[in-house]
Design a protein around this ligand. Sequence first.
Ligand SMILES: Nc1ncnc2c1ncn2[C@@H]1O[C@H](COP(=O)(O)OP(=O)(O)OP(=O)(O)O)[C@@H](O)[C@H]1O
Ligand SMILES: Nc1ncnc2c1ncn2[C@@H]1O[C@H](COP(=O)(O)OP(=O)(O)OP(=O)(O)O)[C@@H](O)[C@H]1O
Ligand SMILES: [Mg+2]
Ligand SMILES: [Mg+2]
Lengths: 227, 227
Amino acid sequence: IIVTRNLRRAYEMGSETVHALRGIDLTIRRNEFVAIMGPSGSGKSTLMNMIGCLDSPTEGQYWLNGHPVWELGDNELARIRNKEIGFVFQTFNLLPRATALQNVELPMVYAGMPSKRRREAAAGALDRVGLTDRMHHRPNELSGGQRQRVAIARALVNLPSILLADEPTGNLDSKTSAEILELFEHLFDEGQTIILVTHEHDIAEHARRQVHLLDGLIERDIATEKA
Amino acid sequence: IIVTRNLRRAYEMGSETVHALRGIDLTIRRNEFVAIMGPSGSGKSTLMNMIGCLDSPTEGQYWLNGHPVWELGDNELARIRNKEIGFVFQTFNLLPRATALQNVELPMVYAGMPSKRRREAAAGALDRVGLTDRMHHRPNELSGGQRQRVAIARALVNLPSILLADEPTGNLDSKTSAEILELFEHLFDEGQTIILVTHEHDIAEHARRQVHLLDGLIERDIATEKA
Ligand SMILES: Nc1ncnc2c1ncn2[C@@H]1O[C@H](COP(=O)(O)OP(=O)(O)OP(=O)(O)O)[C@@H](O)[C@H]1O
Ligand SMILES: Nc1ncnc2c1ncn2[C@@H]1O[C@H](COP(=O)(O)OP(=O)(O)OP(=O)(O)O)[C@@H](O)[C@H]1O
Ligand SMILES: [Mg+2]
Ligand SMILES: [Mg+2]
């Protein structure tokens, strides 16, 4: 479960301050499927980075599964993050010199899993996103949408209880997007909590709840017909 | 005008060969508005890189405005490219240590324009994509969609006769996407040739022609209702 109270994030830039988040109160329970939407620059990625413990708020509180995140040290934060959260970045963030398979193995390397099991799990995750025949390609030997799918496979491989995906289908054609959404629906049916940022309405309709941001605040928080 | 004949691009990878383009015959006349579509991995970016003179074919011919591109030397190619083509990359390709303004000035630096005129033209281009208040931010101080818009402003600033845009709205919400498409429609009305890759059907409907790729070949080439 995710609970934020008056979450704020400001960037000081010389004489100017950019207020990316201006006080977010958000509660997401276990096994919810939430779409975070809003105009470009409204604060979606900033909020996702907060929820994923990758960035700290300037003000406000955040509890993850009951842990007061802002009171935890870096090591504890990294341990919780690696174990409970899978993150698909808007910019993929793949290691350029590693193959698709090695990139997907990474979360399990951190978790200390033996290499044979790791490689099998990584190959399985790549198969689920349709990239078995690109397993040994490096990121610059893949198309944009293929890189995106490697980033999705990496986020899923550790079977995290919370999946955070920032624009996971931005570079995918409709058929491949539908396959990825089917994968997310399957994980949701198995009990995972799914939070995805999207600007595509047909993707957002798969979610059971839509949280709309505008200029760093929640403008609307609605249940969808699917809910 | 763009003419390709039997254009092929193969990547040798150890014992395996990946055929990204398997013989493309395509003619695009001046002041056409073409959408290139197709599944992830079908060869869209590879074809765009060929048309934009950023990559050479393994086989086949390509003429740009009557010039036989494969016979030109690197300097001549760079000169034609800088003068006639504006390119929006799928991965933006912004200079990380330069501000949004400096990134947009870049094509004019290559063209040898005086700095005051350059800065004014760059500020005008950023204004047209709605980023006047982010002019002095560096790419890592911008949201995903804001970086994408800086890449669009940079491609337009030199008033090229051909605009190549690879998934230009992948990270933009519908309202911001509509503003960018309006900008492209305006350039099309002024006589520019627009070729854009997209997987979003509402974006593709703005084009007058849709070229669908499948597995490195043209599967369909159709005029749209707007044509
Ligand atoms: N440097 C490379 N080495 C090997 N294979 C490559 C390389 N670059 C691209 N490919 C392969 O060529 C094929 C076409 O890639 P391309 O980037 O043109 O696809 P695309 O249609 O743009 O896909 P997307 O919609 O995912 O961006 C892909 O299957 C990709 O894996
Ligand atoms: N490091 C930074 N320094 C200064 N401003 C920043 C920084 N990072 C983000 N911003 C600003 O904070 C605001 C929110 O950014 P954020 O990336 O959360 O937006 P977003 O909703 O994800 O947008 P998009 O849909 O374009 O990805 C933007 O206006 C952006 O310019
Ligand atoms: Mg974002
Ligand atoms: Mg591509």
